[in-house]
Design a protein. Structure first.
Length: 202
């Protein structure tokens, strides 16, 4: 999608389909926009996002976003694939942001320099959290899998989809020599351990 300048804006598990030939299909482009759809001020509308997969900058009112919001959503989906449950599941934007800050850390100008330029900066108060719990939750993942988590679930600038395809985890999947019909991508025991880790944080 990035290669053709489309921002999906509502990536979530129910919008990702898998064919019988193991091909991934993205569906439901009802909220999608093209880069050319920006208004005269260079902004998009803040509409069409599912809260659980919504990037924190959108909650802070940012409207001049690009593909990084889809990368955040992808990171949440990737995490959910390993946990078996959503990583963040706030009932509204404020609860969602609180859950994010508990795991990623309280957003501030140190870990997110551009936060000062968001419309809702200084309008939302937090209990200070150092974060760092991503490593506690996903301590059963491989270093390659953890790299994907850390590159996608973070404040500020995130990597592009092209960059992600070139990290070790995805390069190994793309290289057919690394898997066959007996390859296990989902480990139920490891999922259970990770899920217990997130329950302890909550």
């Amino acid at each position: 999608m990035q290669s053709i300048d489309i921002i999906h804006r509502d990536l979530k598990p129910s919008n990702i389909l898998l064919t019988k030939n193991a091909k991934v299909k993205i569906c439901d482009f009802g909220s999608a926009v093209e880069i050319k759809d920006k208004d005269e001020t260079g902004n998009f509308q803040n509409e069409g996002f599912t809260t659980w997969y919504k990037a924190p900058e959108l909650i802070f009112g940012k409207r001049n976003y690009l593909f990084e919001i889809d990368i955040w959503s992808f990171g949440c989906i990737f995490a959910e694939f390993h946990l078996g449950v959503p990583l963040f599941h706030g009932q509204n934007d404020f609860i969602q942001l609180n859950q994010i800050s508990t795991i990623v850390g309280t957003p501030n100008e140190k870990n997110w320099p551009d936060i000062k330029n968001t419309p809702n900066y200084k309008k939302i108060d937090f209990i200070e959290n150092r974060g760092g719990n991503l490593l506690d939750i996903f301590k059963y993942l491989s270093n390659e899998e953890l790299e994907v988590i850390k590159l996608t679930i973070c404040y500020g600038e995130r990597v592009s989809a092209f960059h992600l395809l070139n990290v070790i985890y995805f390069k190994n999947i793309i290289d057919e020599k690394h898997f066959n019909d007996n390859t296990i991508f989902y480990n139920n025991e490891r999922k259970s351990r990770s899920y217990q880790s997130i329950l302890q944080i909550e």
